[in-house]
Design a binder for this molecule. Structure first.
Ligand code: SF4
Length: 209
């Protein structure tokens, strides 16, 4: 099955779903059938735990394994947990473990699941990048078009706060768009006590890192 994994540098990205609760205007899914012009990431079915582990191959080749997209990985929470547990089981100690495990998420998983899922990731995930994406709910709704509408942005903020309790490193991110006040986003991240990362926007080539 094509498209479950794709390497970028020393990282291996896992593409376990094409579903997402957002419909962002900057989403690469709507711009190219091939991620970075070479990785076919539209799945013909969502991979099982076994298919995902088989696609990863030898994890020791990578510095980091990232649950990412073309989609929102925490929609498949069970797969994230099971694959992470498997990768953890390959190491004699839980930390530090090469490769580190990261989730890139839109931060809406608690809305999606109707419960706080973050305690379930404690001890499994090293790093989480949460798409803050905007300086306020108005801009967020303009650019992210969440299925949760006005509930989405405050939920993302709460998700970041909650993630800090369970994940060793939490990073808020935003994409460099004209609508986005980068300085204000950076300040929000600072006030939340997390790092901030700005992602460049490319019309044809958008690189997740
Ligand atoms: S949250 Fe990510 S995968 Fe979902 S629509 Fe936005 S950019 Fe695309």
């Amino acid at each position: 099955m094509l498209g479950i994994v794709y390497p970028i540098g020393n990282c291996l990205y896992l593409n376990i779903t094409n579903r997402c609760t957002n419909h962002c205007i900057f989403c690469i899914r709507y711009k190219s059938k091939l991620f970075n012009q070479k990785h076919p990431l539209w799945l013909d079915h969502e991979p099982t735990v076994e298919e995902s582990i088989e696609a990863i191959g030898d994890p020791s080749k990578y510095n980091e394994i990232v649950f990412c997209g073309y989609g929102e990985p925490l929609i498949r929470l069970d797969i994230v947990k099971e694959v992470s547990k498997h990768l953890r089981s390959l190491s004699p100690t839980p930390y530090p473990l090469p490769p580190k495990l990261r989730i890139n998420t839109n931060g809406q998983a608690n809305l999606f699941w109707g419960r706080n899922i973050l305690p379930e990731l404690k001890g499994l995930v090293d790093r989480m990048v949460v798409s803050l994406d905007a300086q306020n709910a108005k801009v967020y709704n303009q650019i992210c078009h969440s299925e949760f509408h006005e509930k989405a942005y405050p939920a993302v903020i709460e998700f970041i706060k909650e993630a800090k309790k369970y994940i060793p490193e939490v990073i808020a991110s935003a994409v460099e768009l004209p609508e986005v006040d980068v300085a204000a986003c950076r300040k929000i991240a600072k006030n939340l006590g997390v790092k901030f990362k700005i992602r460049p926007y490319y019309e044809e080539k958008y690189v997740r890192a």
